[in-house]
Write a protein that binds this ligand. Structure first.
Ligand code: IVH
Length: 669
């Protein structure tokens, strides 16, 4: 056997045994034997670079790190799905489709995997490009990372040239292992498997991705020839025969009730799956009928995603502790017996405010139901009264601030302003302006990503700086020396250098960020941007009257008053002077505006993929549109991303047009 034959032989054998091991969980040879073959192949390939092959199993372990990902334009747009939230809406979809393309129309039901969408392009059977979805039109080339996913064939069973689409996800097993390692190293944990999968697929070093244990389900073919295929079911079977791990089809048929039952059944099975799902996808089976139904602006008319209500679990409420927020609001937090929920272990959850504890009669020692709102922030939904033993004790909020002993006031519902800055309904608030807990949170907010974005300055560092009397307010961050930082425990030269350079970089952030960073009550990111565009400099804000402020359309009495009062305070003048003296930019350039969006008001909610809210706001304003912080009947569009919350619900109830990022980008073209 010559070297080339030996290499080919090894490649075939390794691919076979790797599949047995990773996918079928049924190895035929020992790890030792496998490793020996692998090492031999690696050595032979290194010695004979002319025999390189992009589909060799050695490509799965990752290669040279990249500086950045190249952009790839998708041949076929990677559309998203319309969501439905209850069975009535789902039945309405089925009926609409049947009315349009025939009562005999069949549907498939499959899990909606909570990961990230990728396209895989094969030429003559060889994997050429793996790309993220990006905005649906353009994604990023993550081929090297894609190749590390064992269930993605590097070479198909046939020499087909096709592009398929699937969802990359992180199985619970891998997620737990990853977070365990992070915990051991004292690093921040991933919030959920989806974030971990997204982060892992976007590592510039594919060797790192290779360690993350990612997996995929393929659910669609995007382009290329699939001969003799007329239905989705056949597509999936065909794709599977080419070597892909395909999405399980839970039901294919015509009966409305059976479709609903398949959805319910998946909901019941959800807790026992080794991966996160966030819903069910219901698709028209016939490809011809799909063509007849066609596509909407960014979603096909032949499919919908039924989104599951948030996963709930029962656990014990061990204690209630109070957290003092930056505006002095006291938030009761539940300390829970750890429970697994939507991919993570939950031991803390918010109880929102004292009224909710009273209203729902939640007692320490109760069994409580917890859920993750928008699958992100855990919250206590209520207590299970039937489980009570009589040992439970009702909770009373403290009558003094637990941080400083200061007096408390109570804001009731009439005061409530939904401005995205604070949830103040029925809140107890500490009235002491120099309350240390508030100060700490205020300064942390000042440095946070959306505010001055001073990297590396989080709660822990701020706490240490305050405790060592190195700072007294946010402006002091600009007067710290490298030595000050290095003097802190667990802070070395390098961290001190990084601190100094991120503080320096933050000086250029501009007026909108400075206003937001100052943490004025009721003034969120959007409102800060509006103030900056209207007043141009921070000095102008010191002289602004409530009337002038209210000229900004969506500023009401409460917000305008809050701004005026804030700038009346001596403390504000002091901090702003110190910021200016340190060289922080406190003015905004006036930009040339076009006017396609003139007269249109947008509200942003949720997280947009690959786009910050600031970027979206900029795009709207640059076209003459307005960005408002709250939804009303006057709102023209709500731009909704992932995990959109109450604003989306409100928009739905008011019949305001809701658009996703793709539709928005379309409008901006
Ligand atoms: S079909 C043109 N099927 O959900 C239709 N999508 O909100 C393409 N997803 O971006 C989507 N599991 O990343 C489809 N079984 C499944 C899915 C699925 C997860 C994701 C996909 C898409 C998002 C839509």
């Amino acid at each position: 056997m010559n070297i080339e034959e030996r290499i080919n032989r090894l490649r075939k054998e390794i691919a076979y045994h790797s599949k047995r091991y990773y996918e079928n969980d049924a190895p035929e040879i020992s790890d030792f034997e496998y490793d020996k073959m692998f090492e031999e192949l690696k050595r032979l390939e290194e010695e004979n670079p002319e025999l390189y092959s992009e589909s060799s199993p050695t490509q799965r372990v990752g290669g040279k790190a990249l500086d950045k990902f190249e952009k790839v334009k998708h041949e076929v747009k990677m559309a998203s799905l319309t969501d439905v939230f209850d069975f009535d809406e789902l039945r309405a979809f089925i009926r609409r489709v049947k009315l349009e393309v025939g009562g005999d129309t069949e549907f498939s039901v499959e899990p909606k995997i909570d990961g990230l969408s990728v396209s895989l392009k094969y030429e003559n059977g060889i994997l050429k490009v793996g790309a993220t979805r990006g905005d649906g039109t353009t994604g990023e080339d993550v081929t090297a990372n894609i190749k590390t996913i064992r269930s993605i064939p590097l070479e198909l069973n046939k020499n087909d040239s096709i592009t398929v689409r699937g969802e990359v996800y992180m199985p619970h097993k891998s997620f737990e292992k990853l977070n365990r390692e992070k915990e051991e190293n004292g690093e921040n944990l991933w919030a959920n498997p989806r974030n971990a999968a997204a982060g892992s697929l976007r590592c510039l070093d594919s060797k790192e991705t290779a360690k993350r244990g990612l997996d995929i389900f393929v659910f669609n073919y995007q382009a290329g020839e699939l001969e003799g295929v007329e239905t989705h079911k056949q597509t999936i079977e065909k794709i599977a025969s080419l070597g892909f791990k395909t999405i399980p089809l839970l039901y294919v048929g015509n009966d409305e009730d059976e479709i609903i039952n398949a959805v319910i059944k998946l909901g019941e099975d959800r807790p026992s799956l080794d991966f996160d799902i966030d819903g069910t996808v219901i698709k028209v089976n016939s490809l011809q009928k799909r063509r007849e139904l066609g596509e909407g602006t960014s979603t096909p008319k032949w499919a919908v995603a039924y989104k599951f209500p948030p996963e709930q679990k029962k656990t014990r409420l061990l204690d209630i502790v109070i957290q003092v927020g930056r505006t002095g609001v006291l938030t009761p937090n539940a300390v829970l017996e750890p429970v697994r929920l939507a991919g993570t272990s939950v031991s803390r959850a918010t109880l929102h405010n004292i009224d909710i504890i009273k209203e729902k009669d939640i007692r320490i020692g109760d069994n409580v139901i917890v859920q993750k709102a928008g699958d992100i922030i855990p919250e206590v939904v209520g207590s299970v009264k039937e489980d009570r033993t009589g040992e439970e004790s009702p909770y009373n909020m403290p009558d003094k601030c637990p941080s400083c002993g200061g007096n408390l006031t109570y804001d009731d519902a009439d005061d409530f302003v939904d401005d995205g800055t604070d949830f103040t309904l029925g809140a107890l608030r500490c009235t002491n302006p120099s309350c240390p807990a508030q100060l700490e949170r205020n300064i942390t907010h000042f440095a946070s990503k959306k505010a001055m974005n001073i990297e590396g300055v989080g709660g822990k560092l701020v706490k240490a700086l305050l405790e060592n009397h190195l700072i007294h307010d946010a402006s002091d961050l600009y007067y710290l020396s490298k030595e000050d930082i290095a003097s802190l425990e667990r802070m070395g030269e390098k961290s001190a250098d990084n601190f100094i350079s991120s503080v320096e970089a933050s000086k250029k952030m501009g007026l909108a960020r400075v206003i937001y960073a100052l943490g004025i009550r009721h003034i969120g990111e959007v409102a800060s941007g509006e103030l900056a565009s209207k007043f141009g400099t921070i000095d102008a804000l010191f002289n602004a009257t409530e009337e002038e402020i209210k000229e900004i359309g969506d500023f009401g009495d409460v917000m305008a008053k809050s701004v005026v009062e804030f700038f009346k305070k001596d403390e504000t003048r002091y901090i702003v002077e110190r910021l200016k003296n340190a060289g922080v930019k406190t003015s905004e350039e006036v930009k040339e505006l076009s006017n396609e969006f003139e007269g249109l008001t947008f509200v942003l909610t949720g997280t947009l993929e690959n786009m910050t809210r600031d970027e979206a706001s900029e795009m709207i304003k640059a076209r003459g549109g307005k960005v408002s912080s709250s939804v009303s009947a006057k709102t023209d569009y709500v731009l909704a991303g992932e995990a959109a919350g109450s604003k989306l619900t409100k928009a739905q109830s008011l019949g305001v047009k809701i658009i996703d990022k793709e539709a928005f980008l379309e409008m901006c073209k």
